[in-house]
Design a protein around this ligand. Structure first.
Ligand code: SF4
Length: 296
């Protein structure tokens, strides 16, 4: 099971179908860096060597560069899911904090895989899921180009949903042109998180529709799957563990949660442990993918 850690709550866009559970948490919660690093040292020594940082958007976290440096120092392979806006400009996040333009070279050096969302070949389609007033498609491409200058490993992340099914072919043509992209992951929309659940009727697609999206992409890529990864809801079931901004470790699964007014209620049956409690660390790590042998 892969480990995904929320390191912030705020973001640079307002996705109508936001699938992040961070929106459910008490405002302003984050795991203090020291506690997170202590826990991650234990995780690494227990054999889990890869993590994904998510949020919100991890680049809204004040000490994100310091945190990345510390995680890298432990030895982790780091994936970072971000809209990426501060790579190219100063920007105010959704909690009103000004985030200064970041050193793209530094981020490219510290992060092993940078996941950048692109869900439409034009702004109108992109904004059906991710709401923003900026010229978002061009901005995302500029973020990718900037990261590419410094040799970043770039993974485009696309959510396939009801609003972009018709765009699969055009989007695939756009992504195919970005020959410096290392990977393109396409996720079937899932009704996770407060808004993902609330707006599921706008976005949810059937397995067959996801396969149609996949077929359009494969046609454009001449069936070359070397850079492509299709992630259906089925593939992702029980595939990852979340550590939220409150430190709770749990495995997202709709059927394991109590639902109320479009909110998930995490209960004791779902929470595996909390990282602030050292006694929970072994139990948390027992669920994670491990690499016991170093690569030759
Ligand atoms: S889905 Fe991701 S990018 Fe969109 S608002 Fe939520 S955290 Fe931000």
């Amino acid at each position: 099971m892969h480990l995904n850690i929320f390191v912030s709550q705020s973001c640079f866009v307002h996705c109508k179908g936001c699938y992040s559970f961070s929106r459910e948490e008490e405002k302003g919660k984050t795991i203090p860096t020291k506690e997170l690093i202590d826990f991650l040292k234990f995780v690494y020594n227990s054999g889990c060597k890869k993590i994904t940082l998510c949020g919100g958007d991890p680049l809204t976290r004040e000490d994100i560069v310091e945190l990345l440096e510390k995680i890298k120092e432990i030895g982790f392979t780091i994936s970072l899911d971000t809209v990426g806006s501060p790579i190219i400009k100063d920007i105010v996040s959704d909690n009103g904090v000004l985030i200064r333009k970041m050193d793209a070279k530094k981020i490219a050096e510290l992060v092993d895989v940078i996941g950048i969302p692109i869900d439409g070949s034009n702004n109108e389609i992109f904004r059906r899921f991710r709401q923003t007033n900026v010229d978002i498609v061009n901005e995302q491409l500029t973020v990718c180009e900037e990261l590419n200058k410094f040799g970043a490993y770039i993974c485009i992340n696309t959510v396939a949903h009801k609003g972009n099914l018709e765009d699969a072919y055009e989007l695939a043509k756009l992504i195919k042109k970005l020959d410096y992209i290392n990977k393109w992951q396409i996720f079937q929309y899932e009704p996770l998180g407060k808004y993902g659940l609330k707006n599921r009727e706008l976005f949810e697609i059937t397995d067959k529709e996801f396969l149609n999206f996949q077929s359009a992409v494969l046609e454009v890529f001449d069936n070359d799957i070397s850079k492509l990864q299709f992630k259906s809801s089925f593939n992702r079931k029980n595939a990852y563990m979340l550590i939220d901004n409150s430190g709770n470790a749990w495995i997202p699964a709709l059927e394991n949660m109590s639902l109320s007014e479009y909110s998930y209620i995490l209960n004791d049956n779902v929470i595996i442990g909390n990282i602030v409690n050292r006694n929970d660390w072994c139990k948390i790590c027992s669920h994670l993918d491990r690499e016991f042998y170093s690569k030759l």
